[in-house]
Design a protein around this ligand. Structure first.
Ligand SMILES: *Cc1c(COP(=O)(O)O)cnc(C)c1O
Length: 414
């Protein structure tokens, strides 16, 4: 399936008609994937739920088998509700061929990896990867005879030394989960290309708006749409967008695995996407204000945020990213588990829970040392990860300020 079929209007969609200037992200998220032939005059594609599709004749049924792309065939192959979101995500990645959707971000990672790896292959996986990604490598992939070597997120061009005869794929995540190291993606991509190795990126933190992955040479880019695309903490959804030459295998693997994302969830995902650019701007502004404020607090030993000069890979962030999102961590100065819990438990606006990317703030105790194989950490105290939501930043700072006072009290009463 070529790009032409996915985008009958060609590249005109991403370029302003009058000036030839590339359309701004805010404009692209509003227009992407909206096709009149699927929705008539309706602004949002309705929820098309289906398993059985009825045909007028045996001849029509037979004819459809060989041509199911963007035609109703059987529910598992999707309906315009799913196609509209997949198309929108493809449009947001300049140079991409197509997108497949999944029932979660982890399911998307599994399909992307299984579309590339076979028994006997080796995967290079960044040491700062999302914990369930590590579990997949050490569990399912290992059981299938696929070995994994972890690499230091700051390896850059040095990855060339790790690429061996059996290395088939490199899975990056930048910035890293919990600790936010920014990788030199172009250097890793160049080393991979020179050796015919496929590159994958978990781009959930940045989304294509802050880091267009395919344009940076990535072959398969994965999003936990559960986070910023959905944006409202009420849907599980994932996507993989493929560069030319990688989509057919991704789609075939995904269909063989029986993957289908629910039309209801895709409808909510498409709805969330329309406001993603404006939400990301606010997440970035508030998170950065809080990160800088935290840097000034005596109870805080370090703030791990790609926009701050102390963050490993900050120079790559400045070079490659269009901005930051709203998730970062900070390290407390001394203190133990109980002192950290005193900080977090009393917070009013920050909920205690997994996931992120929704409209509401979250605070999570995180312990990255548990999830590292080849890199060490020597942190001054326990770590807290913040998802900064859309509440007013002054209220969030007041909340954290009271939290740090509770932390101080817990430390001094020992
Ligand atoms: C949450 C997350 C995922 C998994 O997404 P789910 O939809 O929760 O399965 C993958 N990668 C990163 C970086 C995440 O934060």
């Amino acid at each position: 399936m070529g790009r032409g079929q996915l985008h009958p209007q060609g590249d005109r969609r991403s370029v302003s008609k009058d000036s030839g200037r590339p359309k701004d992200d805010a404009t692209r998220v509003v227009s992407a994937g909206r096709r009149k032939e699927w929705t008539g005059g309706i602004v949002n594609p309705p929820v098309w739920r289906a398993s059985t599709i009825l045909y007028d004749s045996v001849a029509e049924l037979r004819a459809r088998v060989s041509d199911t792309h963007h035609k109703l065939f059987y529910g598992r192959r999707g309906t315009p509700t799913q196609w509209a979101l997949a198309d929108a995500l493809t449009e947001l990645e300049p140079g991409a061929e197509g997108t497949f959707l999944y029932c979660s971000g982890v399911a998307a990672l599994a399909a992307a990896l299984l579309s590339v790896l076979s028994p006997g292959d080796e995967l290079l996986l960044v040491d700062s990867a999302y914990d369930p990604t590590r579990s997949m490598a050490n569990g399912l992939l290992k059981r299938m005879g696929i070995t994994t070597r972890f690499y230091d997120p700051m390896i850059g061009a040095g990855i060339a030394d790790l690429i061996g005869e059996r290395t088939r794929a490199i899975l990056m995540e930048s910035p890293g989960s919990l600790t936010f190291e920014v990788q030199d993606v172009p250097a890793i991509v160049a080393a991979a290309r020179a050796r015919g190795v496929t590159t994958l990126l978990d781009n959930t933190w940045a989304t294509p708006l802050l880091f267009p992955a395919i344009a940076h040479g990535i072959d398969l880019t994965v999003l936990a749409c559960t986070k910023y695309v959905v944006g409202h903490s009420d849907v599980m959804l994932g996507s993989v967008t493929a560069a030319p030459g990688h989509f057919t295998k991704l789609r075939d693997t995904s269909l063989q695995l029986g993957q289908v994302a629910s039309p209801d969830d895709c409808w909510l995902g498409a709805r969330g996407l329309r406001t993603m650019a404006v939400r990301l701007k606010q997440h970035e502004a508030s998170a950065l204000t809080i990160a800088r404020w935290l840097q000034q607090q005596p109870e805080v030993a370090a703030v791990l945020h790609p926009s701050l000069p102390g963050c490993p890979g900050h120079e790559f962030f400045l070079r490659d990213f269009k901005g930051a999102s709203g998730l970062f961590s900070f390290v407390l100065q001394g203190g133990d588990e109980a002192a950290r819990a005193a900080l977090i438990d009393g917070l009013e606006h920050f909920g205690i829970g997994y996931s992120w990317g929704g409209f509401e703030s979250l605070a999570l105790p995180v312990d990255p040392v548990r999830y590292r194989s080849v890199t060490e950490r020597d942190d001054a105290g326990p770590m807290v990860r913040l998802q900064v939501g859309l509440e007013h930043v002054d209220d969030l700072i007041d909340d954290l300020s009271a939290g740090l006072a509770r932390f101080r009290e817990a430390v001094s009463s020992r």
